[in-house]
Design a protein around this ligand. Sequence first.
Ligand code: SAM
Length: 347
Amino acid sequence: MPHPLSQAPTTAPTLLLRYRDRQYAADLIAAAVLELDLFTWLDQNGPASTDQILDQFSIFDRPTDVMLTLCRSMELIATDDQGLHCLTTTGREHLVSSSPWFLGPYYQPLAKSSIMKDHLKVLRSGKPGNWQANDDGSDWHASMLDPEFARGFTDMMNCRGLSFGQALAKSLTSELADRHHVLDVGGGSGIYSTTIAAAHDHLKATVFEQPPVDKIVTEEIARHGLQDRVDVVSGDMFNDAWPQAPDVVLLSNVLHDWDFPEVEMLLRKTADALPSGGLVVIHEAFIRDDKTGPLPVAEYSALLANITQGKCYSAKEYGDLMAPMGFTVGDYHDTIADRGYMTAIKN
Ligand SMILES: C[S@@+](CC[C@H](N)C(=O)[O-])C[C@H]1O[C@@H](n2cnc3c(N)ncnc32)[C@H](O)[C@@H]1O
């Protein structure tokens, strides 16, 4: 028998998730210190704009934003109202090569790490590095088409999704009270659809997933005995028509896998799928609008930038894309373990 979907844990998984989420952060700092020598350059040339940094190091926007957000969240740099970056005292004392307290040698062992090398590839190409679990050199997006890899990855999302989904379902109680049908785009194992359906008896849900994950979702929904209210539509969220008639679109941990053009396309498809008054819920780990943290999210963003085409976005970044598409953008809310959600209503 599966675990009852409505029974939440009595303890928080936060620290266990943080250890895993931050796994790529040290290597990104190592890349900045050992290979770019960013801090020494900023000491000699700062304050500097993001464009100056991109030009100086021949690196790309998305991973550079992730690197600078991590440095800002660690209080190694500060950024003023004009968008100019300069060193903090911590950055100057410990990461400038001429400082007596320079810690570069402490990071030197990471120079051999494949994660650090992948960070450099991502910074210099703008493309994702290799997913750590796959030996054949394919990135995460390509690997997800392989049944064995997709099963392992979906299990990974599913195990944290039980408590995340329970927290999300509870937090959304008032927003979902008058709704009928949730479309869970890129829904993984369907754990968010099933936990939401279990918590809200009046709702139906459709999980929209690509093969081979679509098969896994079908099995998972049956395992939870929710096949009367949760179904699966197989398809490509970029290239295929989306299932009809939702009044809620859920994008859980989906947008953060992609760069701005794909995020914009998915939000546009969301706008097209919803009727006037329809609700969109974006659930994932959010960077604060001023990009000064939270530190655990800035650390996790290093992982996403390395293995996917995305990063952790801020609610403002999503809101700025959605407002011109005809959404009234709502607030951001924390749930558990550094995750949260924002909502918007289609006008
Ligand atoms: C990071 S997982 C998130 C899964 C789930 N929503 C969650 O929060 O745990 C992203 C999901 O997007 C799906 N996906 C990626 N590209 C897709 C596409 N083109 N069409 C449909 N689903 C896609 C993947 O199969 C994967 O399950």
